[in-house]
Structures are given as structure tokens and as C-alpha cells.
Design a protein around this ligand. Sequence first.
Ligand code: PRX
Length: 657
Amino acid sequence: MEPLMQENRVFNPPADFIKGATISGMEAYNKLCSEAEADYDGFWGRLARENIFWKKPFTKVLDESKAPFYKWFEDGTTNASYNCLDRQIENGLGNKTALIFEADDGSVTNVSYQELLGRVNQFANALRKMGIKSGDRVIIYMAMTIEGIVAMHACARIGAIHSVVFGGFSAQALRDRIVDVGAVAVITADGQFRGGKSLPLKAICDEALSTGECPNVKHVIVNKRTGSEVTMTPGRDVWMQEIAANESTVCEPEWVSAEHPLFILYTSGSTGKPKGVQHSTGGYLLWAILTMKWTFDIKPNDVFWCTADIGWVTGHSYITYGPLAVGATEIVFEGVPTYPNAGRFWDMIQKHKATIFYTAPTAIRSLIKASSNDQAIHPKSYDLSSLRLLGSVGEPINPEAWMWYYENVGGSRCPIADTFWQTETGGHMISPLPGATPMVPGSCTLPLPGIMAAIVDEAGVDVANGNGGILVVKRPWPSMIRTIWGDPDRFIKSYFPEELGGTLYLAGDGAIRHKDTGYFTITGRIDDVLNVSGHRMGTMEIESCLVANPLVAEAAVVGRPDELTGEAICVFVVLKGGRPTGEEAKKVATELRNWVGKEIGPIAKPKDVRFGDNLPKTRSGKIMRRLLRVIAKGEEITQDTSTLENPAILEQLKESV
Ligand code: PRX
């Protein structure tokens, strides 16, 4: 945190960017902020009327009567897919390219708005014919394909609530989500291409459905992507292409209340199983649109590229919905940044003349490393002059990575939007506006207009600038989480805790504001959530997974800083059969890593494994995680260990396998 707060390099947006920007200059930013402060309902009401097609206009902006279950634009009706597709065609963009799809093998398919609408409608009609209706939950377990986007829009079209599960999650993780959400159907693919390999999806889906715990799933719809062999269960499984082929390209959208859930997306919390974050239709879409316009300054000629996966919220807001809702052309990429080599991103920017590029610090850091001794794949070896704006998301970006990105990718010409937000917030919360905000590397700068972000102490009282504290949002905003699916109490406890007074939204991050500028710098999670390569992971989730292994008696999981992945997962394990050493320890460590990979997914595999005869505990039996964090970092323990029941354990745990 220290070096960041001392960061005093300031980068002003270029004058010509400011001139053409949607929010042009700090006066324009301040004006919008003042408008929100003076008349909150009026501000959001105006924007919602200007930016969304309402089948039936709303009469009330914000209903706080059942806070914190806020309702926005509730009596208005609309449809997300209609706003993204039909509306563009009505505006004369039917022939405009909506998607530039680049497959793993480099082949490119362009899809116009008209074609995309046709495909969405055919599939939506097929889903309706199967009996899937408004309010039903549909799991989407697919990779980055045109069909993945079609599937999400087809659900939205008929009012079915989609829940996308990242294609890297295991059968067990998929099953948990199918059960929790009560899905009636699963849309998947035979497999996926990634980095030149063909990986299964349908087989994992079959495994998820094999235990009889998902009796509600009546249909499995399979996109033919890799052509690999799959087992089709008669009466349950159908091919996506076959059921859509003969359907009409016209499909009347389901007009839903603005509060109708558009999707549920699972994310890790500090305790228990992943939470199903429920988002609305109207408020969510409004913020996806506004942040495309404000943060990304989107213009008709832009070629927008967000490198996220539709399995994460970034893919929802800035691939599936946001770019299409503003009529943009966007790149959709199936593959990985390192295949066929680590110049893939730069090659694609050059090839498609991308103008806006949005990626994660972890990708930037790994590409810095890869290109440090290979000039051929260094961004300087490509023509990246089409770029005019860069973005960063998912984790704090360290100033060194920021500078590299700014100079080598952006040619010291493109502003960087370091966007702080979360699955729960639906869209950007704190970010520089590219045509207004002077940038400081490593700081996400200032809240977007209408977002009342603040820093408070543990009693919920504002802290003065220059002091660290807890990041909160003081007023509800349209795209905020509506509830945790099936667990409203957990929603209140997680996000509106009584300790803070019950009205502040608790983000779960620590932050500090610069004493002069008021700029925000995020200092990291304050709960037991880790951020590994921009992926959120609950330590408890990994602990429960480890103790479910027959060899394990007890386990504790903490994070430690990692140059490449931001944080790395470190596990401390007590085996039932005693502490292993030497080759045996290595063997068990590998076994446990694979176990976690299989139970949760490869992204949750621990980096360090340490074995002890016990874990450091207080006399009352509480695991002292702060000591484990010190050990994980490889630092000497200087803290008081007098409350520790078994200090000798610490020596054992220093040894990482
Ligand atoms: O800790 C913050 C970090 O990622 C968390 C949210 O993770 P998730 O819900 O998976 O959403 C990621 C994509 C929006 C936050 O609580 N985070 C996200 N963006 C930033 C960030 N930390 C610092 N700077 C950011 N720009």
C-alpha cells in the first residue's frame, strides 16, 4: 500500500481525447455528480428514460420501502435482448457487425446484428417450444463461442433466468449450481477449444447430472463445437443446431418488469458455498449501457474487445450485454492469450483494428514476462495504432504493470480505465473517465457519477482522506445485486451488516483515499476471499474441499502475494496418518492439488502445500490465520505467539512442499 500512496506520477488524458469524449473534462464529470446529489431519483430516472426502450414506462424510480431489497423502475416493462438487438436494427444497424468471433485456431466469423437477432430468435423459439418459460432457471455451461452469447440472449428474450457456469469448473461445482438454482435445463457444448486442445464439456455435464441430485433438469441442449464424440441421453439431450434450424427468426420478446431477474451468477464469499448473485433486468442493463458510454466512451466506429469469459460478470456486462446494447462492434475470442504464442492479443488487436481493449492485470503481467526475452511477441513488434483506450479489471494493477501497459500497448497515448467493481455491483463503480480524470498508476481514482462510494471505519463512520478503511457504497444504485438466490438473510448479513449500521453496502474490500485528490486505491479484500489471477475464491470453500479428502484431518487456507497471479493459494494440511516428509510429502501434495482441481476446478489448485502435525491454534482452539499468512509469505514471525498452544508447530509449517 505504501508505494502506491506515494505514487505521484499523474497522466492527463490527451487533449483530443477530452475534446471528443462523451464525458468531456472534469467539469462535465462534476456536473453529473452534482445532478445525482441534488436529485437522486431525477438523475437515474432521466438516464433510464433516455437509454432504455421501455415497453411500458415506469412511474417510480426507486422503491426503498423494503430496504435493502431495493427496487428500481419496477412497474416499467422491458426486455434485455430486445434492447440489445432489435433496437439496433430499428436504428439502421442491421448490417453492422455485432460480433467478430475469432476462434482458437485463428479463423474469424463476423456476425451482423440482423444475423445475431435471427439466431437468438430461432433458439428462443426452440426453448419456448420445450416448455421453458419466464422465470425458469437455465444453466449455461459453455465456452467463449457465438452460441454462448446466443444462448444467454435467447434466455433473456423469453424471460428465462440464465446462470452461466464458467467452463473451467468441475462436475461437482456445476452440480452444486444446478441444484442451488433449481435449473430446468442445461445448455452446454460437446467440447471447447483452448490453446490448440479440444476439452470436454458435455461429459462433465453428464457427470454432474449422474447422481440423481438434479431431477428438475429435463433438457440438456448441446452446441456442436468440437465434433468430439458425446453420449446423448434420449428424451433429455438434443443438439442446439437441430432444434433451432427450423424455427422462425421472429420471436416476440417476453416483456418483463424491470425487476425481473435477468441472471444469477455464482461467486465466492467468505463463508460456505458460493452465493448466487441475482441481478435485475432494467437497472442492470441501464448501468451496462451507461458504463459503456462513460467509462469506455464508446463511439459508432469503435471495435471493442473485452478479453473476459462469459462465465464471469465481466463477460456478462462487457461482452453479452453492454457492447450490444450500445450498438457496438465487439471482438469475441475463444482462445487463450498464449496460443499459438504470447503475442496473440497484440496480433488480434492489429488484425481487427481494435480501438478499445479491456483485460486483467494478471494477463498483462504474464505477457510482460513472456515478452521480456522474446522481442517477436513484444507489443512493440505489432501495429497497435488503432487503440485509443485501454481498460483493466479484476484486481489491483500494480504501478509497474500499469506503466508497461500504458507505454507498450497504449503507446503513451491511450488513457487507462482501471475499473474497480464486483460481481455484485453489475458494472463499474470506481474508475477514471478517459476524457476527464487525470490518472495515477495503481489508483482507480473516483466513483462514477451517481455512485456514492466512501470509506468508513469498523463502526461505519467516515474516515478522513489519507486514512485506510472499509469501502462502502452509501446509496443503492440501479445495477446492484438484488439478493442472494434462495438466501435473503445471507444477502443482508453479507452486504448490509448491522455492525456498519445496516444501510451501507459493504464491498468486502479495504481502500484508502489520497489526502489531497480524494482518489481511491483498493488495498485488497478484508474478508476470507482470495483473488487469484482475477478469480475470486473463498478460503473456506477450498478448506471444505480439502477436508472432504479421506487423507485430510484438518486444513487451513490463506493467500500470499504472487508476482504473476496477484495472490496465490497456500494450504496448511494436517493428515490423518501423520505428517509426511520427503517423497511421500510431494506425492500427497500432488494428490491434494489434483483433488482440489477436480472438486472445484483447475483455477482453485493450491500453489503451496505445507504439512504439520497440527495447525497453530489458540488455547480455545481457534486457528491463528494471521500467523499462517506470515509463514505463507516466507517471513519471520515477529508477532506475539504467547497465546499459541503449540508454538513448535510453526517450524514444521515453514517447509513448503
Ligand atoms: O477485490 C476486488 C477485486 O475483485 C473483487 C471482485 O471480484 P469479482 O466479483 O470476481 O469481479 C471481478 C470483475 C469485476 C473486488 O472485490 N477487484 C476488481 N476490480 C478491481 C479490483 N481490485 C482492485 N482494482 C480493481 N480495478
